[in-house]
Design a protein around this ligand. Structure first.
Ligand SMILES: [Fe+2]
Length: 136
């Protein structure tokens, strides 16, 4: 299932975990709507939720970047570049005019896979950094 929360996403940082859960729940809401309604007829509603996802992503990434700064995380620049990639991608998707059903599902599925991979690989590096710092 797309945008599904998995235990392995847990970073142990309350604010980040809570935001990841919310991000995924907006994604699930969007995916359900795209799958169960007529995309042409309900395009305005789909656009609203796409915008909600886009705006929440911006808020979350900025909070996560602030958290990395506060904790002296050494790979902030490359991590923030990944964030920038998704921010741009969501803007492109949001700006699409009348995309067909297949295209929109493929793009939103791509976003789901991207978020999942980003949490598991890139965000988990923050977790490892925090664990190392605690040990030192
Ligand atoms: Fe991140």
């Amino acid at each position: 299932m797309y945008f599904e929360w998995k235990e392995e996403y847990e970073m142990g940082v309350e604010v980040v975990d809570r935001q990841h859960k919310k991000l995924l729940s907006i994604g699930r809401k969007l995916m359900t709507l795209i799958r169960t309604t007529d995309i042409i007829e309900n395009f305005e509603e789909i656009k609203l939720i796409m915008n909600e996802l886009r705006l929440y992503t911006i808020e979350h990434f900025s909070r996560e970047e602030q958290f990395m700064k506060e904790n002296g995380y050494p790979d902030l620049t490359s991590h923030a570049m990944e964030h920038e990639f998704l921010r741009k991608k969501l803007k492109q998707i949001y700006k699409l005019e009348q995309p067909d059903h297949e295209t929109i599902i493929r793009l939103i599925a791509f976003v789901s896979d991207w978020i999942s991979g980003h949490i598991l690989i890139t965000d988990m590096k923050i977790r490892n950094h925090l664990l190392q710092a605690r040990k030192a």
